[in-house]
Ligand binder design. Structure first.
Ligand code: BTN
Length: 241
């Protein structure tokens, strides 16, 4: 992975670039599109992804996880989240995966996000565009509850070095996915999961206290409520308070 890196000084969104170049058959599995400035960066749930030019890591990686059946799809999210968390392990502690795949510092807020977009054919997923945005050297943010590696460590970081480590992490984790080591992947994901087995407040239309018990086979979040009821949520069905 990452043998073929396309560097763009600016683009709308590296995910859009990857999807377009894939359509034109210009890129193959392992290709990376990296940019210094996204003018229309996209986040999950139709949000925008803002990132100061030249400061951060914003790229997309093309994978071909056609060995996964639809119900195994969430394991791809898990290995990518793990690869990102592992990039930060040697830095300040307490960087966690907030389900499904936000990367955050427990008290200081979000440091990275992942947007995975799949190209489906008759047999299932053919390609996945893995878009990753990480706040590295940016220090001023327009929105609250956001942080960067610079803010957490007090120094600048070399983005290309981090990118290389991250791609190696993804490659290693991707091998475990190919070998279908699902039990281990899930256990590792839960070990880094924000609020796993902690009582906390959530909102599913009503505010309630609950604790995360796990992830079901479809990637839904299992939260146990105070009254003992087990609830399962998709992406838009629950918010963390
Ligand atoms: C999120 O947390 O909502 C996901 C953010 C994903 C941002 C990355 S930056 C590179 C790639 N290109 C995009 O337009 N989005 C992803």
């Amino acid at each position: 992975l990452g043998k073929d890196i396309i560097y763009l000084t600016e683009c709308h969104s590296t995910n859009d670039e990857a999807l377009e170049r894939l359509r034109r058959r210009e890129i193959t599995e392992g290709s990376i599109i990296f940019t210094d400035n996204q003018t229309r960066g996209r986040g999950q749930r139709g949000n925008v992804w803002l990132s100061q030019a030249g400061m951060n890591i914003t790229f997309s990686l093309l994978l071909k996880p056609n060995f996964l059946i639809p119900s195994e799809q969430f394991y791809l999210n898990m290995i990518i989240s793990l690869a990102v968390v592992e990039l930060f392990l040697e830095y300040p502690d307490d960087i966690k995966i907030k389900w499904p795949n936000d990367i955050l510092h427990r008290s200081d807020g979000k440091i990275g996000g992942i947007l995975i977009e799949n190209i489906i054919n008759q047999k299932g997923i053919e390609y996945s565009v893995i878009g990753i945005g990480l706040n590295i050297n940016q220090t001023v943010f327009e929105i609250p509850k956001v942080t960067s590696l610079r803010l957490l460590t007090g120094k600048d970081h070399e983005r290309w070095e981090l990118l290389q480590i991250l791609v190696a992490n993804i490659e290693r984790r991707y091998m475990t996915l190919k070998k279908k080591e699902f039990k281990k992947i899930k256990a590792d994901y839960l070990a880094h999961l924000y609020r796993f087995e902690e009582w906390a407040m959530f909102d599913d239309g009503e505010i309630f206290e609950g604790r995360i018990k796990g992830i079901d086979e479809n990637g839904k979040l299992n939260i146990q409520k105070r009254d003992g009821r087990d609830c399962f949520y998709g992406m838009k069905e629950v918010a963390f308070l």
